[in-house]
Write a protein of this length. Structure first.
Length: 248
């Protein structure tokens, strides 16, 4: 990760980063000199410096009738990172114990089934992460899949470390592969269904109660997914999977 990418993780935008780096190089300097060095106009530079002052990354040094600014020691960035981490940990704890339970009360109880649609690599990455997160918190830390040859080379394109993450979390998977192929992996069992008939594009189904996901490829290998959250639907699919697994 580059210097700028790291600083962005602290919530600084590109112009703030440019101003801060310019100050480190200049030492105490006027708004005009800072703006010229950073390639930012004077008015914007003044606003950016005010934001950096609030973060404690910049200090103000009066020099006669003029105001000069000075960059704080770069170790202040590490302090910011620790403060941000502490805030995130506190927010995470509050989300789990208070906020999310309260938000669930706002949802209507009209249906036990929820259907969500996802598209593109970002959408598929979200679904794959949802499979891991849900399976990790399940009783037996496992899930089941039907997978066809058509989709295998595309499925993990947006999340190439999926299998490593699954193994790291100690999540088991049983896969029924439609058509030849499929790589062996740790904590994975695989059985095959031989088929001379072409397999349709809707060729990946993951069962991870209380959810199931169906991933397909559209024209140009564009992926889309449907996730159904329903204990009843997931249970029905799991029963049929288990019966077929015993027969193979």
């Amino acid at each position: 990760m580059s210097r700028r990418q790291t600083l962005r993780q602290l919530g600084l935008d590109d112009k703030e980063i440019s101003v801060y780096l310019a100050l480190l190089q200049l030492g105490p300097a006027s708004i005009r000199d800072i703006g010229d060095k950073a390639g930012v106009n004077r008015g914007t530079t003044h606003e950016l410096l005010r934001g950096l002052l609030r973060r404690g990354l910049v200090t103000l040094q009066p020099k006669g009738k003029r105001r000069h600014f000075c960059a704080e020691n770069p170790r202040r960035l590490l302090e910011l990172a620790h403060e941000q981490k502490a805030r995130l940990e506190q927010a995470s704890a509050l989300l789990e114990t208070e906020v999310i339970p309260d938000l669930h009360l706002l949802k209507p109880d009209s249906s036990d089934t929820q259907v969500r649609y996802y598209e593109g690599d970002d959408g598929i990455e979200f679904v794959l992460k949802d499979i891991l997160n849900t399976a990790e918190n399940s009783g037996d830390k496992s899930y089941s899949v039907y997978s066809s040859k058509v989709i295998r080379r595309h499925l993990y394109r947006p999340f190439p470390t999926f299998t490593q993450q699954r193994v790291k979390r100690n999540i088991r998977v049983r896969a029924i592969a439609i058509g030849e192929g499929g790589d062996e992996a740790q904590l994975a069992e695989r059985k095959w269904i031989d088929s001379d008939k072409p397999v349709g594009q809707a060729s990946y189904v993951a069962i991870y109660p209380p959810k199931c996901a169906m991933i397909s490829l559209q024209e140009g290998d564009y992926p889309s997914a449907v996730v159904i959250e329903s204990p009843a639907v997931a249970q029905a699919l799991q029963i049929s999977f288990d019966m077929l697994w015993k027969l193979l």
